[in-house]
Structure formats: structure tokens, C-alpha cells
Design a protein around this ligand. Structure first.
Ligand code: SF4
Length: 300
């Protein structure tokens, strides 16, 4: 079993793929998500906390698929048998139904329609995702390895994936890590959303540094992978650590981290600049499905 390193808590903001996604989508949303609970006026904090917890149907679909894959892998690891695909599909669809029926959702709060047709479409995507996973080369590769090596797999590594890059905080955590007979470790991300290859490439490159810092794996011995489960015709991203330029990669992530830090008035305390540095997006389509819309754009 690989050892995982853990850093003590510190306030400064860290780079992560999801943080950058929010930042690029809407700066006001970014403020609500990352600073609202600490820096909004006292009277708004509870509501921001409540709204922050809202999920989305699409997100829960991803959770259902990820959890099922994780269970399938753990079952394989322990029992040596692969759960039949049809059973895995049923499990994932049931999980999805339980999640969307029980979680607070943006769709429920704002009466965004989720018709029977939408539901069927989601079920279809879940089943496609499971089929892609069962047909993926990663599953073939792990099954090719001797059974006694299977206990070294890391399935859903614990923690948030915090690591350091030149002393700076960053987060990146793959869904699954295994070693193959080419003596390399594969760091796999299962994606159920639309392919965003450029951003996913940076995300998966972050895994290489996570593996190096937290798991102690040399860059040249790791391969970062993104498998697009819902889009089987989309070629997976594969980044071989031995072929990347670590300086170039580091600079890319550091540039994004500088953008995150530029929005702080005090970096070590992770204190944001004034609210007028976080303008609202002009794209009202984004606002209509935003969890903070009732506070930020109540007129919608
Ligand atoms: S409602 Fe619109 S402007 Fe406000 S946080 Fe959400 S996306 Fe941004």
C-alpha cells in the first residue's frame, strides 16, 4: 500500500481545477463559493451556507457513477470477481435516484424543470458511463496484473488531494491509481461531464505533481489519464510524466495560482479583496442555474 503524506492546515488559497472552473465562470460566484461564508455580512452567512450546499442533477449523476465504479473496483480487489455489467448499471441508476431524491438541488429550489424525459436521458448516460468503464483499457490492464498486486490499488484516495508545488498549496486527486507491468503508475480520472480537453489536460497534469509530492512517485514513472465515460467516442487523455516538461507545467499552474492570489487582499489569511473586484457575469443563462441566484440576482 502506498503511503500518503498530509500537510497541516493553513489558510492561504490553493490551486485546484474546480476552483479555477468557478473563477472562470463568474467572479461573483467564486466569491460566494470561496469567501461568502467567512466574509459576507453576518446576516447573510447562514443563507450562503445553505445555498452553497445545493447540488445539481448532473453533479449527482457523476457521484452515482463514481461511487459505483469505486464499489466495483473494491469488490474486484477483495473477491477477485467483476460484478456483471448489468448489475453495475442498475446499482448506478439506483444510487442516482436516491441521491436526487434526497439531496438539496438547485433544480428543486428554483423550479428548474426535470422531466421524465430528462430523467430517462440521465439514466441512459449513467448506463453508457458504466459500459465505457467496463470496456476501458484500464480495467483490462488491472486484470492482467497478478492478483497479489491488486491490494496496492488506491481507489478514491483519502483526503482532498492537497500537495505543494514550490511551497505553494494546490489540490488534485485522481479517482484511481494502479501500477502496471511497465513499472509505471496510472492516475485515472473518470469524467462524466462534457470533455473540456484543454482544462482537463491541466487537471491531469496536476495529478503528476500530486503523485510526486504525496505518494513519492517520480514524474517519469507516472501516467495521468482522463477517461470520458459518457462520451465513449472521445479519446481518453493520456499524459506520460516522462514526456512532460516539469517547468512548463509548473508555470502553467503557478500562473493560475497567481490569478487566485491576485483576488486576495491578504494571501496568508486568504482574505478577499472588496466585493467590487468580483463582478457578476453578464451571461444570464449561467445565473439561471446558479445556486446563489436568489441572493445575487433575485429579479430572476
Ligand atoms: S447569480 Fe449570476 S452573477 Fe450571481 S453569482 Fe450566480 S452566476 Fe454569478
Amino acid at each position: 500500500m502506498m503511503e500518503t503524506k498530509k500537510y497541516p492546515f493553513s489558510w492561504e488559497p490553493g490551486w485546484s481545477y474546480s476552483r479555477m472552473n468557478v473563477l472562470r465562470t463568474c467572479l461573483r460566484m467564486y466569491w460566494y463559493d470561496y469567501y461568502g461564508k467567512r466574509f459576507a455580512p453576518e446576516r447573510d452567512r447562514n443563507r450562503i451556507m445553505q445555498l452553497s450546499q445545493l447540488s445539481r442533477v448532473a453533479f449527482e449523476m457523476g457521484i452515482a457513477v463514481h461511487q459505483t465504479i469505486s464499489e466495483v473496483l473494491k469488490d474486484l480487489q477483495i473477491n477477485g470477481d467483476l460484478i456483471p455489467l448489468e448489475e453495475a448499471k442498475r446499482t448506478a441508476v439506483n444510487k442516482f435516484e436516491i441521491l436526487v431524491n434526497n439531496k438539496p438541488l438547485v433544480e428543486k429550489r428554483y423550479d428548474i424543470p426535470f422531466s421524465e424525459e430528462d430523467r430517462e436521458e440521465r439514466h441512459g448516460k449513467i448506463m453508457t458511463s458504466m459500459t465505457t468503464f467496463y470496456g476501458s483499457k484500464w480495467l483490462t490492464m488491472i486484470e492482467e496484473m497478478p492478483r497479489e498486486t491488486w491490494n496496492s490499488w488506491l481507489i478514491d484516495p483519502v483526503g482532498y488531494g492537497e500537495f505543494r508545488m514550490d511551497g505553494k498549496k494546490a489540490y488534485a486527486k485522481p479517482d484511481f491509481i494502479f501500477e502496471y507491468r511497465d513499472n509505471r503508475h496510472y492516475l485515472v480520472e473518470w469524467k462524466t461531464g462534457k470533455p473540456r480537453r484543454d482544462e482537463n489536460l491541466v487537471q491531469v497534469q496536476g495529478y503528476l505533481f500530486y503523485a510526486n509530492d504525496i505518494l513519492g512517485l517520480p514524474l517519469e514513472s507516472v501516467v495521468g489519464v482522463v477517461e470520458y465515460l459518457t462520451f465513449p467516442s472521445e479519446k481518453p487523455i493520456e499524459v506520460e510524466g516522462r514526456l512532460v516538461n516539469p517547468m512548463e507545467l509548473k508555470n502553467k499552474i503557478m500562473t493560475e495560482l497567481k490569478l487566485i492570489e491576485s483576488l486576495c487582499s491578504n494571501i496568508t489569511e486568504n482574505k478577499p479583496k472588496d466585493l467590487d473586484h468580483f463582478p457578476k457575469t453578464e451571461d444570464l443563462d449561467i445565473c439561471r442555474t446558479c445556486k446563489f441566484r436568489e441572493m445575487c440576482r433575485p429579479e430572476l
